[in-house]
Design a protein around this ligand. Structure first.
Ligand SMILES: Cc1cc2nc3c(=O)[nH]c(=O)nc-3n(C[C@H](O)[C@H](O)[C@H](O)COP(=O)(O)O)c2cc1C
Length: 185
């Protein structure tokens, strides 16, 4: 027997912390799980009306950092509180930032991997704002690298489980991509 659902969902989803400046240079960050990579050099985010959404329209630049287990409380906090209501949101989150050298957007110091993006397009479709960003840079703290590559065991990124609304750890490496299936050839 299979249970039928009225609405479908994809899970797990990535958890990105989108960081932006407003027109006065104030920093904001929000949690975005409705976000994904498109091709090699772009990513797309589905947005409701938020301070971040306005910032993206105005600044045309943003960073996304992978949410991590060590920073799980701050990552969730920026997803439940708006800068429009809590003026010291960033201070309360405990996140500090350094300006990206590539785009006019902040990088969150406490999150070791950040992707820097320029806004390519913003469209209002199906009741949402869809932002496509061009990935123009990425940086990772050396503490999460092994042989020069991002090591997820060290980074400890979290995924969003949209079935029961929680964050989950990533598990073990269970097989090489474009590789383990060769056994069936
Ligand atoms: C797990 C999680 C995922 C979220 N994903 C999104 C998302 O993909 N798009 C969106 O518009 N809002 C998303 N939100 C809501 C925003 O992060 C939240 O409304 C935030 O407070 C907006 O902050 P701001 O108004 O300061 O920009 C998510 C929240 C959580 C907790």
């Amino acid at each position: 027997m299979r249970k039928e659902f009225e609405k479908g969902f994809l899970t797990p989803q990535p958890v990105f912390i989108v960081a932006t400046y407003d027109e006065k240079g104030n920093v904001d960050a929000m949690n975005a799980a409705w976000c994904g990579q498109v091709g090699l050099n772009q990513l797309s985010i589905s947005l409701s009306p938020h301070t971040t959404t306005e910032n993206l329209k105005n600044q045309k630049a943003f960073t996304v950092s992978f949410a991590t287990k060590p920073q799980i409380e701050a990552c969730d906090y920026v997803g439940i509180v708006s800068l429009s209501k809590v003026k010291n949101k960033m201070e309360k989150s405990g996140f500090t930032v350094t300006k990206s050298g590539k785009v006019n957007a902040p990088i969150i110091d406490q999150l070791p991997v950040a992707i820097e993006c320029k806004v390519l397009s913003i469209t209002e479709e199906y009741g949402e704002t869809r932002v496509v960003g061009e990935i123009v840079g990425m940086s990772a703290d050396e503490s999460v690298l092994t042989n020069g590559k991002v090591d997820l065991d060290k980074l400890q990124p979290v995924m969003f489980d949209s079935s029961i609304l929680c964050y989950r750890e990533i598990g073990a490496n269970v097989g090489g991509a474009w590789n383990v299936g060769k056994k069936l050839m």
